[in-house]
Every structure is written in C-alpha cells, then in structure tokens.
Design a protein around this ligand. Structure first.
Ligand SMILES: *Cc1c(COP(=O)(O)O)cnc(C)c1O
Length: 374
C-alpha cells in the first residue's frame, strides 16, 4: 500500500548549500559594501564557470531570460527567427521583445529538440537566426544545425537553460553556435537564486554584452545603446559559488534517481523515455515521460499522482504558439509533433534529495494506472 505523502512532493526542489557556507560568504560583502555591479564574487563566479562549462567567453546576468534577450539584441538580428514552440515562455518572448518575428519549427519525436529535417524549409530571405532549445537537457543536433546556418548565413543562439555542465564528446555545450544561454534559476540543476549566463563564440562580443546589461552605458557620460539592467548581484554570485561546490554531487544523485526511473518505466508498453546519446555528459535535469497508447493518459496519471500529494508537471504544455498572447498569430496545428507531445508528456519529480523510495512509489502509481484501465 502506498501512503499519501504528508508533505507534497513537488516536481523539483531547490538545492541549498549548508546555511553556514552561505552566511560565511556574507561578511566580505558587509565589509566592502559592494553589493552589485560586477563585484568580487561576480568576477570569481565568472572565472569558475568558464572552467566548469569549458567555455572561454562568458558573461553573467541577473537571470537567464535577460541573458537571452540581451544576447539576441547584441547579435543585431532582423526579421524572422526560427525557434520551437516546445519550450518555456522565455525563448519566444526574448525574440518578440526584440521586435523580431518568431517562426515555429516542429520538434523531432526522439528527443523533442528542433526537427532539423523541417528547419531549412522555414528559412526565408528575412531569416536572421535560429534559436534552438536543448530541451530537458537533450542536446540538439548541433552539427547539422551549424551546417544549415552556415549555408544560409544565419546566427545560432541556443537556449541552453537546461544543459548546465553538459558536454558533447568532451566539448562544453556552450561552445556550439554563436552563443548559448544558461539559466541559474532556483529550480535549475545549478542556481544562483535567480541568475544566468551567456557563453559566446566571438570574444569581441564581450564588451557589447557587458554594456547591454548595464543600460547601454559605454563610458563615462556616454550611453550608446538602449540597454537594460541585467546585472547579477553579489548575493546571487555568492549563492552560485556555494552551489558550484556541490553541483557534481547533485548531478550524481540525479543520475541514480534517473536510472531508477528508467529501470522501472523503460520498456513498458505505451511509455516513452528519451534515449541517451553516445558521448553526451548529461546533467539529469528533468525526467520527461511520454504516455502514448498507455492504459491511462497523461492527465489521468497527473491526477492519480496528485491523489498521493505528488505533483508532476505538464512541462511543456501548452505549446508556446497556443499561448493567449500569441494565439491570434500562431497555432500549434502548424507544429503537430510538438502539439501531440505537449499533450502526452509529464515531467516527474526529480531533485537531488528525492528518495529512491519515492521514485519507486511514483513508478508503482503510474504502473497501477496503466493496469486499471486495460
Ligand atoms: C528557465 C528557463 C529559461 C529562463 O531562465 P530564467 O533564469 O528563469 O530567466 C529560459 N528557457 C528555458 C527553456 C528555461 O527552462
């Protein structure tokens, strides 16, 4: 018998360092009274992340969204930008808030990243960039995307919010394309409460990114760009430095939990899990499960788990092209795979301190649902 959890089990739970570790970091902030504007912790975190993410060029931001929005601005894009609707609101909003037109490409069935076979037919003379998403930590087909981009002279900016610390054949995921945005939001694998970073290819972009996150100020008494305020403060950087010490241990714990989910749910008829690719160092950010022809549908599984006070998430549902703010312009009918997967996918609870016992309970509930209706 599975008992209802007293405390709700959420889909994620923020990792926190031991309180003393963070408190210890505060003293120097009080001593210097330097709270934000690229202080000491900011600079230290930036250097440590360059090493960890294996990327030579990196700038920190107040959050991942501002990082993406300002990077698109820095690329001086025009016209249309191709992206996928199977992502978090941020990806498309960053495009639209730059005055650009999003063009939605469908996703593939295997890992829910951009369908490279459908990408080229969406390119027009107005296209200036591609913004693919390494969704759930599944790396896009970076090689083919780059080939297409090169053929048409397009910029590639990855939404790498889910892929902190991932590598393809030993190469940091942030090294692909012209730039990659990482999110350090509290719910992500690595966080600085709120926070984000951009890894970029052309070292000349450094000054521009720095200026854009600081109101477009380019010098004393000189403002050259319509920038924003995208600076990471010292309290965020301090949290980032603490969490960086523990992130490898956290990823190792996530791996064990993911393996248990895979062991229990893999191979069950009607349940689809993403296949892992050779040569990828994963961070085990999410546990997406697609129910297709299973004894119970996604919404039934969601409701069944809720009975036990367990909250999975319909992530990503709805598709971005079905949002109220975009509904008059776009429709998920144009991206049928994304539309279907969005209605069948559930991300299951996954965070370092989740117990294997709870994972087993979640799997038991799901498997029981499947039998019941058969
Ligand atoms: C979290 C997330 C973002 C935005 O990052 P914030 O740091 O929350 O601003 C962007 N894209 C995706 C896919 C995300 O999951």
């Amino acid at each position: 018998m599975i008992k209802r959890h007293e405390e709700p089990v959420m889909v994620t739970r923020s990792s926190l360092p031991p309180l003393e570790e963070y408190v210890e970091m505060l003293k120097p902030i009080w001593d210097s009274a330097w709270l934000t504007n690229m202080g000491e912790y900011h600079e230290t975190l930036k250097e440590k992340l360059k090493t960890y993410l294996k990327t030579p060029n990196l700038e920190l931001f107040v959050n991942g969204h501002m990082a993406l929005e300002l990077t698109l601005q820095a690329m001086k894009l025009t016209g249309e930008v191709i992206t996928t609707p199977f992502s978090f609101a941020s990806t498309t909003h960053a495009i639209v808030r730059n005055g650009l037109t999003p063009v939605f490409c469908d996703i593939n069935e295997e890992d829910y990243t951009i369908d490279v076979d459908k990408l080229e037919s969406l390119i027009t003379e107005k296209t200036s960039a591609i913004v693919p998403v390494h969704v759930y930590g599944n790396p896009c087909d970076v090689k083919r995307i780059q080939e297409i981009a090169d053929r048409h002279g397009l910029k590639v900016i990855y939404d790498a919010a889910h892929t902190f610390g991932e590598e393809i054949d030993g190469v940091g995921i942030g090294q692909f394309g012209d730039a990659s945005m990482f999110s350090f939001h509290a719910t992500k694998v690595f966080h600085s409460i709120e926070g984000g970073a951009v890894a970029f290819h052309d070292s000349k972009l450094k000054d521009l990114l720095y200026q854009l996150k600081n109101f477009g100020i380019t010098g004393y008494e000189q403002v050259e760009y319509v920038g924003a305020n995208g600076k990471m403060n010292e309290f965020q950087a301090a949290m980032g430095l603490c969490n960086l010490r523990h992130v490898d241990a956290d990823i190792a714990k996530r791996k064990v939990l993911t393996e248990r989910y895979r062991e229990r749910l893999g191979g069950v008829e009607g349940i689809r899990l993403c296949k892992e690719k050779e040569g990828v160092r994963y961070n085990y950010a999410y546990m997406p499960v697609v129910f297709e022809g299973y004894g119970a549908d996604r919404d039934e599984i969601f409701a069944a788990l809720k009975e036990y006070n367990i909250f999975a998430r319909k992530y990503f549902y709805p598709c971005i092209n079905d949002y109220a703010c975009y509904r008059d312009q776009f429709s998920s009918d144009d991206t049928p795979v994304a539309k279907r997967i969005a209605s069948e996918v559930l991300t299951l609870p996954l965070y370092p301190d989740l117990s294997l016992e709870t994972v087993d309970e979640i799997c038991d509930i799901i498997l029981k649902c499947g039998e019941k209706t058969k």
